[in-house]
Design a binder for this molecule. Structure first.
Ligand code: APR
Ligand code: PHB
Length: 396
């Protein structure tokens, strides 16, 4: 089989890139290790920046998101018995975010791909990129007991943190930046009405808590837990009790509890590799970077990588501008590092660190107090939360 762009991974990065390329007349094949149901069974992020909303619409998959997504103009920070509203819209000149689950984004992208007839090979094992430094790279994979070869012009490694694309690059060609946090997030999904109209990020001496949602009848709540906690030790009752303890009293009182329909623990990590290109292979989304979820940036960074790679490839095919390819990594990394900084900072001020002393706790409280009591501080929070602008491809 031959295609122009071979995409490894059918998560949001791979599917969105594939759709944009297909619409622009650039052929692509996606090779995915899992089945569609498995991919859709993963419960992930739920906050879309305006830039991602616009990109999904550009890709022609925005209809259900516009109809069913919940536009949010602000969020709340809760700490020291206070509830502080951050007016995203007012502070950013009209920008907000959209609450729409990654699972739904993925479902819409899968449906669009099926409708347009582009090829996705699911349940492909042992995917391997070959000769990315040459003019004619290719992939091999196994399916139904046979080895297949996919020839291409470019490879897009959209295969997430555990994927093969980054791992196939010689270690001395990459620089890795990493921080592992000494805690995780225990999250549950429940068919209960949200406790608050807006998201609530809460700092408490027992640890961080977050009240999020997927719809007016489905909630997604999180509590910070120790890195070695086991999900089996968390009954629904224990989770709800802990969440209530960490929320301001008036929210705890009106919290509606119910049986969980999903419950899992995710570790928190910051991770970046540089560069995000190796010859004709490009790393996109989680394959190149991870952020802790505190700033809601993971999925949105995947979208800005996709936008950058798509806009370069479009010009490569339309205008022969192969010189633009070398801009991919540096354009992406400038935006990625700003989101890494914001996610690290949000994590640092809102979580309880096992080694924290009274001095660092006062500093945390004071950072929150300072940022919400200063107009400049609120603006800084808001402009980062709604998402920094996408950088254009330089023409030179
Ligand atoms: N071969 C083929 N497919 C693979 C391989 C492999 N060796 N390894 C991983 N994959 C697939 C995974 O099964 C998954 O479907 O690649 C896909 C990667 O998807 P994600 O992990 O969702 O990564 P990405 O598409 O970059 O999405 C961005 O943002 O909110 C965050 O982490 C969240 O998933 C989200 C991410
Ligand atoms: C979520 O709804 O899953 C969510 C929302 C905001 C975050 C992280 C996760 O910062």
């Amino acid at each position: 089989m031959k295609t122009q762009v071979a995409i490894i991974g059918a998560g949001p990065s791979g599917l969105l890139l594939g759709q944009l390329l297909h619409n622009a007349g650039i052929s692509n094949v996606i090779v995915e290790r899992q089945s569609p149901d498995y991919v859709l069974g993963r419960i992930r992020a739920g906050v879309l920046e305006q830039g991602m909303v616009d990109l999904l619409r550009e890709a022609g998959v925005g209809e259900r998101m516009v109809a069913e997504g919940l536009p949010h103009d602000g969020f709340e920070l809760a700490f020291d018995g206070r509830r502080e509203h951050i007016d995203l819209k007012g502070l950013t000149g009209g920008k907000g975010v959209m609450i729409y689950g990654q699972t739904e984004v993925t479902r819409d992208l899968m449906a669009a791909r099926q409708a347009c007839g582009a090829v996705t090979v699911y349940e492909a094992t042992n995917v391997q990129p070959h000769e990315p430094k040459s003019e004619q790279p290719w992939l091999t994979y196994e399916k139904d007991g046979q080895v297949h070869r996919l020839d291409c012009d470019y490879i897009a490694g959209c295969d997430g943190y555990h994927g093969v694309a980054r791992q196939s690059i010689p270690a001395d060609a990459l620089k890795v930046f990493e921080r592992v946090y000494p805690f995780g997030w225990l999250g549950i999904l429940a068919d209960t009405p949200p406790v608050n109209e807006e998201l609530v990020y809460a700092r408490h001496e027992r640890g961080f808590a977050l009240c999020s949602m997927r719809s007016p009848t489905r909630t997604r709540y999180y509590v910070q837990v120790g890195a070695d906690e086991k999900v089996e030790d968390w009954s629904d009752e224990r989770f709800w009790d802990e969440l209530k303890t960490r929320l301001p009293a008036e929210l705890a009182e009106r919290l509606v509890t119910g049986p969980s329909i999903e419950k899992s623990i995710a570790p928190l990590r910051s991770f970046v590799v540089e560069p995000m290109q190796y010859g004709r292979m490009f790393l996109v989304g989680d394959a190149a970077h991870i952020v802790p979820p505190t700033g809601a940036k993971g999925l949105n960074l995947a979208a800005s990588d996709v936008s950058t790679l798509f806009n370069i490839l479009r010009r490569v095919y339309a205008e022969g501008r192969t010189d633009l390819l070398e801009q991919y990594s540096s354009i992406c990394l400038r935006r990625i590092w700003k989101a890494e900084r914001f996610s690290w900072w949000m994590t640092s001020i809102l979580h309880r660190f096992p080694d924290s002393d009274p001095f660092s706790q006062r500093i945390q409280q004071t950072e929150l107090d300072y940022f919400v009591s200063s107009e400049a501080g609120r603006k800084t929070l808001a402009e980062n939360y709604v998402g920094l602008p996408y950088e254009a491809i330089a023409d030179a």
